[in-house]
Design a protein around this ligand. Structure first.
Ligand code: FPP
Length: 234
């Protein structure tokens, strides 16, 4: 990995947990448990190679439609992980969140707040967990807040720029992801970072998320280095 430019912000859609479990005759929740281990390994690896931000799609606003048993299993996985987050702090990794608080159990919201507070001084990687996240929901919330500012006379419609909208998203000030990775052979954005991903490079692979290894991330970064990013120019 000599002379390779490391993206400062990588985003990942952690897809394929269910299929990974099914292939082994296991319940879907077993796939999520293995997917969570993969997430921890990849976050550590990102920290090691100098990625500044890692955003992972852990639960979408649409995922509430899954069977209660699966939703409960995912929520318990978040609980366990958040209770354990001191391990991340030891590694100098900060934890933050993207998403709406609606419908999340109060104890999970408390754990999220504690994990965020405990890790606020970490200077290595910042992990953004997208929990109860939807890109359209995020933009709708930003528009509502801006509309209220217009209504109260704090800003005029003419003053609204693209930067204004970015400022009202869940993570203002965080640079847009240079890369969005989606394993498991799907080619959709699925409502993930639809504003921030306007110019992101996409990297797809057939590997199911629980099987994703640091070597796959190396390959994605290597491919990213060979892309010609023009941002609409020539
Ligand atoms: C999509 O795969 C994955 C999810 C909806 C959940 C992702 C969550 C994790 C990997 C756990 C992360 C945990 C923490 C603490 C961050 P899928 O289940 O839709 O897979 P399928 O398409 O094969 O059915």
């Amino acid at each position: 990995m000599n002379n390779i430019k490391i993206p400062q912000h990588i985003a990942i859609i952690m897809d394929g947990n269910g299929r990974w479990a099914k292939k082994r005759g296991l319940p879907r929740s077993a796939g999520h448990i293995k997917g969570c281990q993969t997430f921890k390994q990849i976050a550590r690896y990102c920290n090691k190679i100098g990625v500044k931000y890692l955003t992972v799609y852990a639960f979408s606003t649409e995922n509430w439609r899954r069977p209660k048993e699966e939703v409960d299993a995912l929520m318990n996985l978040f609980r366990d992980y958040l209770k354990d987050s001191k391990n991340f702090v030891k590694e100098n990794i900060a934890l933050r969140f993207l998403g709406s608080n609606d419908h999340l159990d109060p104890d999970i919201l408390d754990l999220m707040q504690t994990a965020q507070d405990d890790s606020k001084n970490a200077t290595g990687l910042t992990v953004y967990l997208a929990i109860n996240y939807g890109g359209r929901d995020e933009i709708k919330n930003a528009v509502k807040q801006i509309a209220n500012k217009v209504k109260s006379g704090e800003i005029s419609p003419e003053e609204i720029t693209e930067d204004t909208i970015s400022e009202y998203l869940y993570a203002p000030g965080v640079p847009d992801p240079e890369m969005i990775i989606r394993p498991s052979g799907e080619y959709r954005l699925s409502n993930f970072l639809i504003w921030q991903g306007a110019y992101s490079e996409f990297w797809y692979s057939d590997i199911l998320w629980p099987d994703f290894k640091p070597s796959h991330l190396d390959k994605a970064i290597e491919d990213f280095n060979n892309r010609n990013r023009r941002f609409g120019g020539v």
